[in-house]
Design a protein around this ligand. Structure first.
Ligand code: ATP
Ligand code: MG
Length: 250
């Protein structure tokens, strides 16, 4: 009943206080991830070095199987390092802002693609009307990098075609990154955006499971939306919207 008697101004003031508290708690959490990630990396490097020294000291005394196990151990250390890097990217994605600059999207997409391993194994197609816009280049670049690298890494097929298209959605550009890979079954369409989520065992396809989670945060913290359209066996199309003007819309 009390709430019903509150004036519009009182309610608005409450919303503002809550919003400030929420922003502060997000910022604290980001800071925590940032600090914890840095601190976790030092002992990991220690483990990796120690295993290397052990291998060197034992030399020929070390049998084939223990040698393989030490290699596995270093592989796991590397995996954990890339998971920590993923957490750092995630914490940066919502926290760090860059100065807007002029970006020609078709050029950006080509540049990103050419920096990815195995890019030459795929055919890149760009739809018509790719825009030029003034925006945070690094953020948009990372969104495309994560989506294109997924298309290359998870498509696992010959004659891979990756198609990037742009459209209009009022105050936003609407981008699509589509591949003709194995696609993603609908029951996993939510799961893939979560922290450390991968659909194939990491021993088969190495990945930290943070790429899409970072994409989601980059896009949503700029007011846009991300979603996937895919049926198993029929390729995957990732959609995202990106604001036209530079001001934050959220
Ligand atoms: N284009 C795609 N085709 C098929 N499966 C995909 C595609 N993109 C993502 N996936 C699935 O979604 C999962 C999550 O993707 P995400 O980018 O978050 O992690 P990742 O690629 O495994 O690791 P990384 O952190 O290195 O990006 C992948 O492990 C993969 O199983
Ligand atoms: Mg990925």
């Amino acid at each position: 009943m009390d709430d019903l008697q509150k004036t519009k101004e009182e309610l608005l003031a409450e919303v503002l206080v809550l919003r400030k508290a929420l922003e502060k708690s997000h910022a604290d959490l980001d800071q925590f991830v940032y600090v914890a990630s840095h601190d976790l990396k030092a002992p990991l490097r220690g483990i990796s070095n120690l295993s290397q020294w052990l291998e060197e000291d034992l030399g020929p005394q070390l049998g084939a199987e223990p040698r393989r196990q030490l290699e596995l151990l270093r592989g796991r250390v590397q995996r954990m390092e890339s998971m920590i890097d993923g957490l750092l990217d995630y914490s940066r994605a919502g926290r760090v802002r860059h100065k807007p600059e002029r970006v020609e999207v078709s050029r950006l997409v080509h540049e990103v693609m050419e920096q990815l391993p195995a890019w030459a194994s795929a055919r890149l197609e760009l739809g018509p009307g790719m825009p030029a816009l003034t925006t945070e280049r690094m953020a948009l670049q990372q969104v495309f990098r994560n989506l294109l690298s997924n298309a290359l890494r998870h498509a696992r097929r010959e004659e891979l075609v990756v198609r990037v298209e742009a459209g209009d959605a009022q105050d936003f550009h609407h981008f699509r990154v589509a591949d003709n890979g194995p696609g993603i079954a609908p029951q996993y369409h939510e799961k893939i955006w979560g922290l450390f989520q991968t659909l194939v065992a990491r021993d088969k396809v190495e990945g930290s499971g943070m790429g899409l989670c970072v994409v989601k945060r980059l896009v949503e913290s700029r007011g846009g939306r991300v979603w996937v359209e895919s049926a198993e066996g029929a390729g995957a199309t990732f959609h995202f919207t990106w604001p036209k003007p530079q001001e934050r819309l959220t």
